[in-house]
Design a protein around this ligand. Structure first.
Ligand code: GAP
Length: 488
């Protein structure tokens, strides 16, 4: 049975073996902290995104969704503060003038130590680095490099500068002409939120939205992460599901509390126990926030952030107003009971909910993954099962003819034809039925139906439930509705 510390590794191996997640460009030895979703991972991820999208844009009538471009005008990131503040530490060697990312330098030393058989020392070094990074302790990082005699690969010396911040945004060149100037430099967005802020008035006006209202978005974000050794937990290319909720100034605290509660309800509605979650209030607030917290989940690597709820004040809209010289104001004609007059023009305040798609995948896999010992006195047996919520499972129904003859495949194909337009089905006739059940357990398929000779006689099939492994005979004609009920 996997313990918590090796459960994480077991999940990574399972994801690769069963077509959920692969290292990116693996044939070239992969790319650090970049991953590809395989056939079943892509289905799971899409189901999560659809579920979130529907929860936001259907269940709240005052929330609409958009899909903004990844590339944005470079001034966006000046205005948002990302050009100046979104950074991680780096260091220069004074003799070679070569610049290193502090984490790369220390990680290289750790690999060297490991190669020399000092795995424990390597682990301590990485742990110390992670702690110093988390504490923003730049002087401490320099001391760590010096005391461990980490030398520059070019000069061979430990003559280092102070540690300075390194921006986490990826940049590229826009247009056909490449130049050394900053003129055509643009960034890959590090958060989807800014696409919402710059479209605030477009959506408000064309959608005739009245405050309070929200704009939701799902999309890719990119960060040149400094500590990136945690599978899909910390990636350099990842996806976010964000919602910016625009409110009247002075009401932000109340909406912040509202969204904390709503988002926690969303998590619990996935069928996960409340003691697997906790709120973590930010003590050190970002310059734009007047309140912020994380929703943390108890991953196999400990309690970690899966979602952030941030009261971002009017910072972003105000900044965009200043940098673009375009008004970012809303006219509120509701009557202020204190003055008896309309609230009038103001820049709205924003409460944001921001959840990582990939971290939600990781959360669901952590929650669902079970290694079960099914041994009896007669024989040893075990299975790995993913107890994913039926609604989110990549495959909903597996259709399995007991044998490849006697007209059973034809009946099974009939079931498939009846169901495949409504939910994802999977047909398989190879291997013993036991092996096929085990494979479906490992993919998290909640329902398997077996077509046997009795099906020909009385139109019933055996349905097998993934979690309990119980089986019962049901009329073939009732299958589609039954599955639809379970995944609603
Ligand atoms: N707009 C606010 C924002 O981006 P954040 O706390 O930096 O806030 C929000 O990110 C969420 O995005 C996190 O809670 C996490 O789920 C996800 N996320 C952030 N960085 C990530 C990374 N490198 N890899 C995977 N997910 C990440």
């Amino acid at each position: 049975m996997a313990t918590d510390s090796n459960k994480f590794q077991a999940i990574i191996a399972h994801c690769k073996e069963y077509g959920f997640i692969f290292p990116s460009s693996e044939i070239y030895d992969g790319l650090g902290a970049v991953y590809d979703y395989g056939q079943w991972g892509a289905e799971l991820k899409k189901n999560i995104k659809d579920h979130w999208w529907h929860s936001m844009t259907r269940m709240y009538e005052n929330i609409v969704g958009i899909d903004a471009a990844i590339f944005m005008h470079p001034t966006t990131w000046k205005a948002s503060g990302h050009v100046d503040n979104f950074s991680d530490p780096m260091i220069d060697n004074k003799d070679s003038n070569k610049r290193y990312r502090v984490d790369h330098l220390i990680e290289a030393k750790a690999s060297e130590l490991e190669g020399e058989g000092h795995a424990e020392q390597a682990e301590i070094l990485l742990k110390q680095m992670d702690e110093l990074l988390a504490a923003d302790d730049l002087a401490g990082l320099r001391t760590l490099i010096e005391t461990n005699r980490i030398a520059c690969a070019v000069s061979g010396t430990v003559n280092w500068t102070d540690v300075r911040q390194f921006n986490l945004m990826f940049s590229t060149e826009f247009g056909a002409v490449s130049s050394d100037t900053e003129d055509n430099k643009i960034y890959l967005r590090p958060e989807t939120a800014q696409g919402i802020f710059v479209n605030f008035l477009n959506v408000q006006k064309t959608g005739r939205m009245k405050i309070p209202f929200g704009i939701a978005q799902i999309g890719k974000a990119f960060r040149n992460e400094i500590v990136a050794r945690q599978f899909i937990f910390r990636m350099r290319e990842f996806e976010q599901m964000e919602m910016q909720f625009f409110v009247r100034p002075g009401t932000q605290k109340q909406w912040y509390e509202f969204w904390k509660e709503e988002r926690m309800k969303w998590h619990l509605a996935l069928g996960i126990s409340p003691d697997k979650y906790r709120f973590h209030d930010h003590v050190k607030l970002a310059h734009y926030a007047d309140a912020a917290c994380d929703i943390e989940y108890d991953f196999p690597i400990g309690f970690k952030e899966v979602e952030g709820i941030h009261s971002r004040t009017d910072f972003d809209l105000k900044q965009h107003q200043e940098f673009s010289k375009k008004k970012m104001q809303y006219f509120d004609n509701d009557i202020d009971p204190e003055t008896g007059k309309p609230y009038g023009n103001y820049i709205p305040y924003v409460v944001e909910t921001s959840i990582g798609v990939d971290r939600t995948v990781m959360l669901l896999l952590s929650e669902a993954y079970e290694e079960q010992d099914l041994s009896t006195e007669e024989r040893a047996d075990s299975r790995v099962v993913l107890k994913l919520p039926a609604k989110l499972a990549p495959i909903k129904l597996a259709v399995l003819p007991l044998v490849k003859k006697d007209g059973l495949p034809e009946i099974a194909r009939g079931i498939l034809d009846d169901c495949k337009a409504h939910f994802k089905c999977f047909y398989e006739e190879k291997d013993t039925i036991g092996k096929r059940y085990r494979r479906m357990d490992a993919l998290g398929t909640p329902f398997c139906v077996t077509v046997d000779h009795q099906s020909k006689e009385d139109g019933t099939v055996t349905i097998r439930y993934r979690d309990t492994m119980q089986q019962e005979r049901v009329p073939l004609a009732s299958l589609r509705e039954m599955v639809l009920r379970e995944i609603a």
